[in-house]
Write a protein that binds this ligand. Structure first.
Ligand code: NAD
Length: 246
């Protein structure tokens, strides 16, 4: 399905990014694994992909830096000759109520979760425009749609991704480039591991499918959006949330 395609997945050392990278590789794409600080995690993903006969390389880079994002995107072209798929997955949380939220808690989350998406998309779009094709897949969150107490910074960034995605879809559509956002609900990763069992039980009350999602649930949608089968879908926000938000 993705043979001959080249994908960059940001923050792909673990969690949802890792699952997306592995899935795209299973479908035949060559993958650039971006990581910020844990080279060991990135090495593990590269090994997993190569052990299954796939192609992967890893590159360090903090997506919140415009120059480092450029380095990540250039790395894909230098190593694999092109760039077809960008998955903006890297993200962090710094949860606290507005009353206690420090300026830095807000700026850091916006810098990585929103400006990071701009940085990578900006550099990737230069290449995709020349190729007259491309897939941009941004990982937002249902929190960007409905908000959440204690996550004003995160919700603002994730809502920002949605506006950004729609604008980019409108700008780049004529050049064969699609841009879509995925809004996961609660997915079992390190990010949600910190939640207590009590909080998880409470969350499940609002999930008709009565389970937390897996990173693979999100990866399956990313793989579809990256494929030819999704060539007439752009500017959309698609939830992977067990029916939590509808
Ligand atoms: P995670 O913490 O397991 O993974 C996030 C990855 O991003 C890590 O590998 C981290 O090192 C990387 N990263 C962080 N800052 C970075 C930076 N500046 N540059 C490059 N990489 C950086 O979390 P996850 O749950 O796998 O989250 C992945 C994405 O999915 C995030 O954007 C998150 O907001 C989103 N999301 C997660 C959930 C969930 O329930 N887990 C729900 C909705 C959305």
């Amino acid at each position: 399905m993705l043979t001959g395609k080249v994908a960059v997945v940001t923050g792909a050392g673990r969690g949802i990014g890792r699952a997306i990278a592995v899935k795209l590789a299973q479908l035949g794409a060559s993958i650039v694994i971006n990581y910020r600080s844990s080279a060991k995690e990135a090495e593990d993903v590269v090994s997993e992909i190569r052990n299954c006969g796939g192609k992967a390389e890893m590159v360090q880079g903090d997506v919140s830096s415009f120059d480092e994002a450029e380095k990540v995107i250039k790395f894909a072209v230098e190593n694999f000759g092109r760039l077809d798929i960008l998955v903006n997955n890297a993200g962090i949380t710094k949860d606290t109520l507005l009353l206690r939220m420090k300026e830095d808690d807000f700026s850091k989350v916006l810098d990585i979760n929103l400006k990071g998406v701009f940085n990578c998309t900006k550099h990737a779009s230069n290449i995709m425009l020349k190729q007259k094709s491309g897939r941009i897949i941004n990982i937002s969150s249902v929190i960007g749609l409905i908000g959440n107490a204690g996550q004003a910074n995160y919700a603002a960034a994730k809502a920002g991704i949605i506006g950004f995605t729609k604008s980019v879809a409108k700008e780049l559509g004529t050049r064969g480039i699609t841009a879509n956002a995925i809004a996961p609900g609660f997915i079992t990763t390190d990010m949600t591991e910190v939640l207590s069992d009590k909080v998880k039980e409470k969350l499940l009350e609002n999930v008709p499918l009565k389970r937390l999602g897996s990173p693979e649930d999100v990866a399956n949608l990313a793989a579809f959006l990256a494929s030819e089968n999704a060539s007439y879908i752009t500017g959309q926000v698609i939830n992977v949330d067990g029916g939590m938000v509808m």
